[in-house]
Design a binder for this molecule. Structure first.
Ligand code: GLN
Length: 385
């Protein structure tokens, strides 16, 4: 029999999504794969019903329905401090997952080197390999998960085509400061590299931190490929609406990649999502307050359970240190946690390039009652596991 492609030997299926299957199989509360168990805003759901009734059943323009791109250009221009053109600067994709793949395929030739911070969201390793690029890992160091500028410079000196930046960061919850972004931007300019961002948590940032778009820093728009989605901001991870924002030249390339990868994101959902993109500032203030409340509930339980963790500045994840359990295989530990304690988490090793076995990741994008139920179980973790 013919053999499947050898590039598939270099990565596994997603551990994050596998943990959701484990949680479902054993009926555990799923704090592994990050998605909410509460509904999106009712106006948005009503808009989706209306879009189906209004007959949006056929392909939209491949790089995005015009009304969606216009609304997105208005919203992102405001937030990013840029003047985005809906035709020139945007490609609408099937989630940020496709956006990142499209961005890397647009930026990189096979054999190019791409800097990935470790820990990293597990897709980036696979994205690089599927693109034919080689990841070059640079450490983010706990407790604040900052990078060593000299280590970053040495990575650039190896000759890199792009750097992947997840900000706010999954899984660490780090929000990169303006100064840190300035260092990255300076090196990207000096070594003539792209910065490919994943900014899906752009609106989930806790006081006193705030999000800076690297594309908005001086001289960066031409070399930044900004990826994000509506999944986290509006609680619609299953709608698969993402996008790439970049210069006209980059977007001309990205349109070609996207066209042949997926043709387009769901047409009726793009129509419906215009409603969300037009939400007033109040929506974003309330979103921040809501996630602050969920974070405080969950971290409160971790405190009471005497579990040590690194408090997130943004996004909705927390890395918890489980060294005290003598963990040598964090995948097996997470399976046991789901089966015995009834709470699913993601093994930290799936985010690190270096061997790390003492961290697990919980997400807290769940209703207060779900977090309380999970928290109660975690209070008894030492008896259950
Ligand atoms: N970003 C989510 C997480 O890290 C998962 C997203 C996905 O599975 N596509 O859990």
């Amino acid at each position: 029999m013919p053999k499947i492609a050898s590039r598939l030997d270099h990565f596994t299926e997603s551990v994050i999504r596998e943990m959701t299957r484990v949680a479902n199989a054993c009926g555990a509360l799923n704090l592994s794969q990050g998605f909410p168990d509460f509904d999106p805003p009712p106006e948005l759901v009503a808009a989706a019903h209306k879009a189906l009734d209004d007959g949006f059943h056929q392909y939209a323009v491949t790089w995005g329905a015009p009304r969606f791109r216009e609304a997105l250009a208005r919203k992102q221009s405001r937030w990013m401090g840029l003047d985005l053109d809906p035709d020139e600067n945007i490609v609408v994709t099937c989630g940020s997952t496709e956006a990142m793949m499209t961005a890397l395929m647009t930026a990189c030739n096979p054999g190019d080197r791409v800097i990935v911070f470790s820990p990293f969201y597990e897709n980036y390793g696979a994205d690089a390999i599927l693109t034919g690029a080689t990841p070059v890992y640079v450490h983010l160091r706990p407790p604040d998960f900052t990078f060593d500028p000299d280590e970053l410079r040495r990575a650039f000196e190896t000759g890199v085509k792009a750097l992947v930046l997840c900000n706010p960061s999954n899984p660490t919850g780090k929000v990169f400061t303006k100064d840190e972004l300035g260092v990255i931007a300076g090196l990207a300019r000096e070594f003539d590299a792209f910065v490919v961002t994943d900014e899906v948590y752009e609106h989930i940032v806790y006081e006193p931190w705030s999000h800076t778009y690297i594309a908005g820093l001086e001289g960066m728009f031409g070399r930044t490929i900004s990826c994000s989605s509506l999944s986290k901001t509006y609680g619609v991870t299953g709608w698969r609406l993402g996008y790439v924002i970049a210069s006209g030249e980059v977007i001309a390339g990205a349109k070609k990649v996207h066209d042949f990868l997926t043709v387009g994101a769901a047409a009726p959902l793009q129509e419906a999502a215009v409603t969300a993109l037009e939400f007033p500032q109040r929506y974003y203030d309330e979103l921040r307050a809501w996630y602050t409340k969920l974070r405080d509930i969950f971290l409160g339980y971790l405190d009471r359970a005497n579990l040590s963790y690194i408090a997130p500045q943004g996004a909705y994840y927390v890395l918890v240190d489980v060294s005290e359990f003598g963990v040598t295989d964090d995948v097996a530990f997470c399976r046991r946690l789901a089966e015995k304690a009834g709470v699913a988490a993601v093994p930290g090793s799936s985010f690190f390039h270096e061997p790390v076995n003492h961290l697990i990741r919980f997400h807290f994008a769940k209703r207060p009652e779900t977090l309380e139920a999970a928290g109660e179980r975690l209070l008894k973790i030492r008896e259950m596991i």
